[in-house]
Structures are given as C-alpha cells and as structure tokens.
Design a protein around this ligand. Sequence first.
Ligand code: SF4
Ligand code: SF4
Length: 70
Amino acid sequence: MFNIDIDKELCKGCELCVELCPKKVLGMTEELNSKGNSFSKAIAQDKCIGCMICALVCPDACVSITKEDS
Ligand code: SF4
Ligand code: SF4
C-alpha cells in the first residue's frame, strides 16, 4: 500500500495527475482550496501501484508517494 500525499494549497487543479494515473486512483474535489481551486485527492488509494507518474507530471510538485510500512 502507498501513501498519497497531495498538498491541496499548492494544487492548481490542472487534472494532469488524474488523467494520467493508470489505475484511476485520483479524482478532483468539489471542495476548493484557499485559492479557489478544486484539488486532486486519492479516491482509490488501495489501487495505487506506486508508479510515481502523478508525482512526476505535476507541474507544481504537490504530489508525494511513499510506501506505507506494513
Ligand atoms: S503512483 Fe501511479 S498508480 Fe499511484 S496514484 Fe500516482 S499515478 Fe496513480
Ligand atoms: S497535477 Fe498537480 S497541480 Fe495538477 S491537479 Fe494534480 S496535484 Fe494538482
């Protein structure tokens, strides 16, 4: 299992991570951050394979993926 940590205040809501995640782990919130942007969050954390694509494509480096201790 992987931890998916997204800095919601840094996220500008571009949805790149949502579109490019091969496992459809991420989705956009209806809630807005303090800048008025919808932000991404994990909606299916258990499906994450830790490929890091989301972290690599994010233009603002707001996604961090870490392996959860088992
Ligand atoms: S690490 Fe890969 S599988 Fe996990 S949320 Fe990011 S893009 Fe999706
Ligand atoms: S790629 Fe980054 S800025 Fe774009 S929606 Fe995902 S977390 Fe937010």
